[in-house]
Design a protein around this ligand. Structure first.
Ligand SMILES: [Zn+2]
Length: 214
């Protein structure tokens, strides 16, 4: 079954995507990765995307969807998980069209749900080493000496991106953006909500049940 996985920042989407790829052998289609690869390899679509980005404009849906389509051609009947796409209802509809042309479809759109307070705790507790980039967390993975990196002795700080106001805004944006997508996939009978606040192995086990059609 092909799926789209949604989750707020900090909901564990990255961890779960990686597990799905590793344990279920599915192909991860991440539009962020597609963009980076296309631009690096200077493909035709990469050049088009770059031109929009150079002008400070958003890459149009048509370009993104063609990039996804190029991956679909090479799937060889493997199931896929979409990550970071679609972000709007228009993209979801465009995606539906190209999938249909290839005789494919999204089986389920899975939303990892984590209460906002928990997300704030997870995200605002992050600390990063300024020198080597090692990541710590004040509750779950503190540095042995407060403010000092275990690896390199560098200074461990909170990035501005991880401060509470910035995080709260990101979470609000995620909620606003996903609202129409929730309705869209509900109408199609493909909507699934999973409790993302559990241990990650429990989340994965629930995901696996959905993906395997249980
Ligand atoms: Zn360090």
């Amino acid at each position: 079954m092909n799926i789209v996985l949604f989750g707020a920042p900090g909901a564990g989407k990255g961890t779960q995507s990686a597990l799905i790829v590793e344990k279920l052998g599915m192909v991860q289609i991440s539009t962020g990765d597609l963009f980076r690869a296309a631009i690096k390899n200077k493909t035709e679509l990469g050049k088009q995307a770059q031109a929009f980005m150079d002008k400070g404009e958003l890459v149009p849906d048509s370009v993104t969807i063609q990039m996804v389509d190029e991956v679909l051609v090479n799937l060889k009947s493997k199931s896929f998980i979409l990550d970071g796409f679609p972000r709007t209802q228009a993209q979801a509809e465009g995606l539906g069209k190209i999938l249909k042309q290839r005789g494919l479809e999204i089986g389920k759109a899975i939303f990892l749900e984590v209460p906002k307070e928990e997300l704030l705790g997870r995200l605002t507790g992050r600390r990063v080493c300024k020198a080597c980039g090692a990541v710590y967390h004040v509750q779950t993975k503190p540095a042995k000496v407060d403010g000092v990196c275990d690896n390199c002795g560098g200074e461990v700080v909170q990035r501005n991106d991880d401060k509470v106001d910035v995080i709260a805004t990101r979470l609000k944006t995620y909620e606003d953006n996903t609202l129409p997508l929730r309705s869209y996939y509900k109408e199609q009978g493909k909507y699934v909500e999973l409790n993302g606040a559990q241990d990650s192995d429990k989340v994965f086990s629930a995901l696996k049940t959905v993906v395997q059609g249980g």
